[in-house]
Design a binder for this molecule. Structure first.
Ligand code: ZN
Length: 301
């Protein structure tokens, strides 16, 4: 547990340099300005023509290292980051960016920059985890030494939570909300066209067979077979613990849905395997339909 002396050690880095005598890799130039304006859809005529200025919001662009690497950090900044890593704050996220523009940059000017560790916050609890906000303040100059802008940049160095994060939530909208209400009450509801009786899954605003928007529901019996499956190993997603089987289950009613097969090692899942519906609560808010092989019904998860 971090104590007061840890916080005092972090605090001691305030005011120390983070970057010294950084030099923009490229002078201010028309191609980079044009790409920026095209990406953002900015058609301001000040950024084109014979004597354009760079968009002020490009300020940070001139200090960025790109794939060939950033200017070296000072020992002080490296030590601060290492100290945070050692205390368990190994994850990082950028949280704030604040810029002041003193005067526009023109073609051919080369930016130099220095930054300082402006502040290190006490340990804070955040939704991502507990950690410290580290704010650096960069002064950007042209080579004559004239200040053209400042950039304050804040990161959160935090301790990532040990448990798996929550699963992603389903996107619930007006077309599918009755399906998810059904899941909450442990009923797998299929949409049935009242004009032609075709079943539809996933839920849609109209019938793919006859185009009718009218529907009622049919509760699935819960019996099905594995129509196809994959075993996920890579890439890992934060809320999931690979390897696991993702199956396309064909319900006895004839429609198919993507779900997990549980209660069996993922390398034992087979096409044609009979499975039975179950509802699994993944956290306080999220219940999902999953399938268990029939021979292992009632067995371990
Ligand atoms: Zn229909």
């Amino acid at each position: 547990m971090p104590d007061d002396s840890h916080e005092a050690r972090l605090k001691a880095y305030e005011g120390l340099p983070a970057t010294v005598a950084g030099l923009a890799k490229d002078p201010v130039n028309a191609p980079m300005i044009r790409h920026w304006c095209e990406a953002l859809g900015d058609t301001n005529p000040a950024y084109t023509g014979p004597d354009p200025i760079a968009p002020p919001t490009m300020l940070q662009v001139w200090t960025m290292g790109g794939l060939s690497g950033h200017p070296p950090r000072t020992d002080a900044y490296e030590q601060l980051l290492a100290l945070l890593d050692e205390s368990g704050c190994t994850a990082v996220v950028a949280t704030d960016s604040e810029q002041e523009y003193v005067r526009p940059l023109r073609l051919g000017e080369r930016v130099t920059f220095d930054s300082v560790i402006e502040s290190v916050s006490p340990r804070k609890s955040t939704k991502l985890g507990a950690g410290h906000f580290v704010t650096t303040r960069t002064e950007l100059r042209v080579q004559s030494g004239e200040l053209v802008g400042t950039h304050r940049f804040r990161i959160l160095k935090y301790a990532p939570p040990q448990r798996l994060p929550d699963r992603p939530r389903p996107v619930i909208n007006r077309d599918n909300s009755p399906f998810w209400e059904g899941v909450r009450s442990h009923r797998l509801l299929l949409q049935r066209c009242t004009a032609c009786t075709a079943l539809r899954f996933p839920w849609l605003p109209g019938c793919a067979d006859c185009g009718s928007p009218d529907w009622d529901t049919l509760e699935a019996s819960g019996e099905g077979t594995v129509y196809s499956y994959v075993v996920m190993h890579h890439p890992p997603f934060p809320a999931f613990d690979p390897p696991y089987a993702v199956a396309l289950v064909e319900l006895a009613e004839g429609v198919r849905l993507v779900s997990n097969v549980i209660g069996v090692p993922c390398d034992k899942v087979r096409i044609g395997m009979p499975v039975t519906l179950e509802f699994r609560a993944y956290d306080d808010e999220l219940t999902l339909p999953v399938f268990r092989p029939q021979e292992s019904a009632g067995g371990p998860a």
